[in-house]
Ligand binder design. Sequence first.
Ligand code: G
Ligand code: G
Ligand code: MN
Ligand code: NA
Length: 253
Amino acid sequence: LKKIQHLRAAMIQRQFELYYQPQVPCDGSDNYRAEALLRWNHPTKGLLYPGEFLELLESSGLIVSLGYWIIHQACRQIKILQDEGLSIVVAVNISAKQLHHASFYKELKKAIKKANIAPSSLELEITEHCFVGEEQSVIKLLQKIRELGVLVAIDDFGSGYSSLSYLKKLPVDVLKIDRSFITELPGDTESKAIIQSILQLAEALDLKVVAEGVETEQQFRFLLDYHCHYIQGYIFSPAVKFNQLAGLLKRLK
Ligand code: G
Ligand code: G
Ligand code: MN
Ligand code: NA
């Protein structure tokens, strides 16, 4: 309970911050992309990662209101980058609780309008947990979100129960290959086969693929050889503060 109060106080005192990790296009184009990742500037413990507080944010329900701040903040920061002449897509993680909240669509629309950005510069990363028990309503919601022009990505793809048939029904634009498969490259035959099939499937369904957690030259090579679209990982950069992002993206191009 005390911990929940700390979280609430942290929100009020604006101790949360969005960091950004580049997703580098494999074709050398300037289609810049980045994933927004939440950080907590704790007054005594220093910089905290979601692993230390996300579960409590979710179980307490605080993720809903903080989540709206996250979306608004990402939209404002997209606008700043666009005003600097950078065309970028920013992906924001959305928990099941946020997506299922009654005002989600309305708030999303409001954030985009208020920041005055193109809806297509925002992407929502959802996981398969979002569909559990709510499949039809979530599909309808995602359809509306995509009609607005916002992009939708499936995060941690391949790690859950996603069967291939369900992809047919899902209104999505991007698959993010789960990091566990990338980690096992290049040695692991099964991981290789799974990544190859995800890339083939994506091509057939006209989806883009982001590989995350890419750390080594060999992993990068493999993904290039099999025509992955975007690479995210420490091989290029960890998530950085917003004010470092534009310079970083230009250097990485
Ligand atoms: O860098 P990393 O430790 O930031 O992030 C760990 C996990 O925390 C990510 O896999 C992601 O699912 C989750 N996460 C990070 N930022 C956010 C956020 O802004 N909102 C939500 N709902 N989850 C986030
Ligand atoms: O939401 P999601 O699980 O996609 O968030 C990405 C997570 O992966 C974040 O915690 C981020 O810090 C982490 N990450 C990003 N790139 C790498 C990497 O190259 N190696 C490892 N170990 N983690 C990474
Ligand atoms: Mn993610
Ligand atoms: Na992920």
